[in-house]
Design a protein around this ligand. Structure first.
Ligand SMILES: O=C(O)CCC(=O)C(=O)O
Ligand SMILES: [Fe+2]
Length: 313
């Protein structure tokens, strides 16, 4: 499998998006991963984000811990140090910053104000979230068209108020033990990933691992569990992992475009494919509840120490 590069400009502008939608549909049916070009996200904004991120991680741990996730409480925001996050029960060799849509304090878990290291950081992250939210909506229009649905099918039902999560990860050099993130799928609809020039992301296709190396001016886009569920398994959430670097930091900026928190995500009426054995043995179709329920169950596995804060109320 090779991972295609799709120019999504016609989807962003809304002019003649049919051919792009078909290309996205093909990529979703075959691999579940593709690169997007023509997304219109400002390069200067991206450079600023990269510079600020590197400056943040270069600080000593005590300084970074000033905005640690404990201070973000149930909003699930802030800094976590290396080893603070688990994938498939194993600690990842990475540190990171968690953000989401900037909201006033809110009773719902995963909603609320962000913890920003500086005003410039705040302005840059919020501009990036706005830009990427627009890209997410454009991609969902393309995905709707690729399924012979109206372009606003998802916007009307599931993404009027999408749950936006954004992370900045730093994978410090690991010497011989260059481990990054274990095999997993993402939870929501779409992940739009910016990565630095290190490489290390790998996608599983027919039991083989394929490198999704960075291509300048593009993002990597992949399908999450909710799109798998919506399409009855026709667009499958594809397992991926990250191999860490040996001798320098690797930074990545995954942006997660997910359904409304209270959405009851249902298959769009296509035949549901026979369940397949997933990396975690789960079945995304065998679940009752809102997207928020699904996500909170996952989150408590990734950050067991946040369990109390998420569930004790
Ligand atoms: O760091 C990366 O390149 C990907 C991270 C990832 O897969 C995730 O956060 O879900
Ligand atoms: Fe992922």
């Amino acid at each position: 499998m090779s991972i295609s590069v799709i120019d999504i400009e016609p989807l962003v502008t809304g002019r003649a998006p049919g051919a792009v939608a078909a290309a996205i549909g093909e990529a979703c049916r075959t691999g579940g991963f593709f690169y997007i070009a023509g997304h219109g996200v400002d390069e200067d904004l991206q450079d600023r984000l990269e510079r600020l991120s590197r400056e943040f991680f270069a600080q000593d741990t005590a300084t970074k811990m000033k905005i640690r996730m404990r201070h973000g409480g149930r909003a699930w925001r802030g800094y976590f140090p290396v080893g603070g996050e688990l994938t498939s029960g194993q600690p990842d060799r990475k540190e990171g910053l968690y953000f989401g849509a900037e909201l006033p304090s809110d009773d719902r878990p995963l909603h609320g104000p962000n913890l920003f290291p500086s005003p410039e950081f705040r302005e840059t992250v919020l501009a990036y979230l706005t830009a990427l939210t627009g890209v997410g909506h454009a991609l969902m229009r393309g995905i709707a068209l690729s399924l012979d649905l109206g372009h606003d099918y998802f916007a009307e039902r599931y993404t009027a108020d999408p749950l936006i999560l954004f992370r900045i990860f730093n994978y410090p050099p690991g010497g011989d033990e260059a481990w990054g993130v274990g095999e997993h799928t993402d939870y929501g609809l779409l992940t739009i990933l910016k990565q630095d020039d290190n490489g290390g992301l790998q996608v599983k296709s027919q039991d083989r691992w394929i490198a999704a190396d960075p291509i300048p001016s593009t993002f990597v886009c992949n399908i999450g569990d909710m799109l798998d569920r919506l399409t009855g398994g026709h667009y499958r959430s594809t397992p991926h992992r990250v191999i860490g670097t040996r001798d320098r930091d690797r930074l990545s900026w995954p942006f997660f475009f997910d359904p409304n928190f209270d959405a009851d995500v249902r298959a769009v009426g296509q035949r549901v494919l026979a369940p397949h054995t997933r990396w975690d043995g789960a079945d995304v179709h065998d679940f009752e509840g809102t997207y928020g329920d699904y996500l909170l169950a996952k989150v408590s596995k990734v950050f067991p120490q946040l369990n109390d804060q998420v569930h004790d109320r």
